[in-house]
Design a binder for this molecule. Structure first.
Ligand SMILES: Cc1cc2nc3c(=O)[nH]c(=O)nc-3n(C[C@H](O)[C@H](O)[C@H](O)COP(=O)(O)O)c2cc1C
Length: 417
């Protein structure tokens, strides 16, 4: 079980709202308090019972035209991933990843408990499109299991036999349990721990079959796009970062929660327009969950676009953004998060075990006032040298924390003698 630091845990009830400037697609009226049942989904026109009529190739082209990118963290183009699995040999597997191990994120949980039919629709659509004969919903939180099971029961009661094709598999929540190779390993009967790549899941995943692992929000958008088309999807967002997305706002803001927002708004606008405004003294944010490192206050003016955030060494990740208030001093935050990284490492790769511990110990020294400029320089070096060295990207998160703390808050570190 993940023991998360108190600092940036969302703590927020699973309240959700849509940005006032958009016509919501996921956080639709009626879904904010209770799960949207089958009848309500049909009323919305977003759920079509029975086999999907769309030709798989047409759907893949539509996803490409829409510019849908994955919402699990890496923002990989959905159509490329789906095509990769579709091109695999033999029977395939489709997995909806709803594990959501990121402590600062609550959006997948909200989606699964409020729009379970939309996620299931996306999963069944994906399975059909990539040629999978197994569709699995991979979950940790008991409330999500209950919601998905109820939705499947509702489908069955309605005479829709596709519900029988969907398996629910539950896993103990840890940070790495949602990483795609850990997902496939667990679903093949092993522990929920990452494996070395290659092979990647699209080559050899669950039981050695080509496997699509998709975040549940990605699947919900795919279902929406299948109904409404690429042009409608592009009606929100920007050319390069189209559509809406779910964000989880937390930390030093008035109204933490899950929000559906158009891509392209600045970080500051998001907090002002839906998060109830930032508290006085906010000096920066944790961007993209605990995985995405720190951005100082100047970046409140940075747009939530894939390329813009990459250009400043960050990313939207899973869409979790935590405002850092006056008590959240950079070194204290870094010490707390790096201690969590050291605890949550799967402890399979020496470089991850040693790297996360070294980062933790160094930040602990600095937060205690016993650090040196050499410690700062070491962190900066690790920030460059450690990414891509582990079997999964977990170590990259710890390295990003080290790199971004030094780059964004140089004044917080001891100066060179
Ligand atoms: C350490 C680690 C943890 C991850 N945890 C999750 C998770 O909880 N949920 C998730 O959807 N993706 C998670 N991912 C990303 C998955 O590996 C994978 O990229 C994602 O599920 C693919 O979905 P998408 O293409 O729809 O974004 C994690 C990645 C890493 C490196």
């Amino acid at each position: 079980m993940t023991t998360a630091p108190t600092l940036a845990r969302t703590g927020a009830a699973l309240s959700a709202a849509a940005h006032p400037a958009i016509t919501p697609r996921l956080v639709v009226p009626g879904s904010t308090d209770t799960p949207l049942g089958l009848a309500a989904e049909r009323d919305l026109g977003t759920y079509l019972p029975g086999p999907h009529g769309a030709d798989p190739t047409v759907l893949l082209d539509t996803l490409e035209a829409a510019g849908l990118r994955g919402r699990g963290g890496a923002a990989f183009p959905a159509h490329l991933k789906w095509r990769g699995v579709a091109a695999g040999q033999g029977p395939r597997v489709a997995v909806a990843n709803g594990e959501e191990g990121e402590p600062a994120s609550a959006k997948d949980r909200w989606l699964l408990t409020h729009r379970p039919h939309l996620v299931l629709d996306g999963l069944l659509l994906a399975a059909r499109t990539v040629g999978a004969d197994r569709a699995i919903v991979y979950l940790s939180h008991p409330d999500t299991v209950q919601a998905v099971r109820a939705a499947l029961d509702e489908l069955t009661a309605d005479g829709d036999d596709r519900a029988a094709d969907v398996e629910i598999r539950t896993v103990e929540p840890t940070y790495v349990a949602g990483e795609e190779s850990a997902v496939c390993r667990f679903l093949s009967g092993g522990p929920a721990l990452p494996t070395a790549k290659p092979p990647r899941p699209h080559e050899s995943g669950v039981d050695g079959r080509p496997t699509l692992v998709s975040n549940v929000e990605t699947l919900a958008h795919a279902a929406w796009i299948a109904r409404h088309g690429a042009a409608a999807y592009r009606a929100e967002g920007t050319d390069a970062s189209p559509g809406t997305t779910l964000v989880t706002l937390s930390g030093a803001c008035a109204e933490p929660g899950v929000y559906e927002v158009p891509l392209g708004r600045t970080v500051g606008q998001l907090f002002d327009e839906v998060g109830g405004g930032l508290a006085d003294g906010v000096h920066g944010v944790l961007m993209g969950g605990w995985f995405g490192g720190m951005l100082r206050r100047d970046h409140l003016a940075t747009g939530c676009c894939y390329d813009t955030l990459r250009a400043v060494g960050s990313g939207l990740g899973c869409g979790a953004i935590t405002a850092l208030g006056t008590d959240d001093t950079p070194l204290r935050v870094a010490a707390e998060l790096s201690a969590w990284y050291a605890r949550e490492s799967a402890a399979q790769c020496g470089v991850c075990v040693n790297g996360t511990k070294a980062i933790r110990d160094t930040f602990a020294r600095l937060a205690d006032g016993a650090g040196t400029a050499d410690d700062r320089d070491r962190l900066a070096r690790w920030g460059q040298s450690l990414p891509r060295r582990g079997a999964c990207a977990f170590l990259d998160g710890a390295a990003t924390l080290a790199r971004s703390a030094v780059a964004e808050y140089p004044e917080a570190f001891p100066a060179s003698p």
